[in-house]
Write a protein that binds this ligand. Sequence first.
Ligand SMILES: [Zn+2]
Length: 181
Amino acid sequence: MIREIITYPDKRLKMRSIEVSEFNNELHFLLNDMLDTMIDKNGIGLASIQIGIPKRVFIINVPVETNKKNSDGDIETEYLIENLIEFINPVILETHGKTTYEEGCLSVPKFYETIERFNIIKVQYFNRFGEKIIKEFDGLKAIAFQHEFDHLEGKLFIEKLSYLKRKKFDREIRNRKVEQS
Ligand SMILES: [Zn+2]
């Protein structure tokens, strides 16, 4: 079932999410709804709090490149459901290097900005059946993990912006409100 995504400045996005203690049907329904919602919005990651549920749960599905090119000559990408990873009670064990990427967020629609993240991370998490997994991620998966992990701590990527870029964001949000009213 597709759920409604809460957006900035909704105060719930500032909540610290709570650990999952039971790996039951309720958790599985939540994960299934999160996937439906993320696919509907073409997202590559979604945290539980983004649909208003403060649990330490997020999902990531990074699209892969195909052999096909679109009309602009760019390589097309597609989502493969087997690339979906469900993270429950995740912990970051190690970090290495730095990288930057132009990030966006389904809870901060139509705003993109370059953010610095760790390049490689070693993490521990549980899958939907309560099995503990330890794994290393790099590239876009590592970036998406850190973005989603911040949601569990009540943080948004706009909080990582420099003073000037944050001013630009605040101005854009104000202008949007004027347009809507
Ligand atoms: Zn986000």
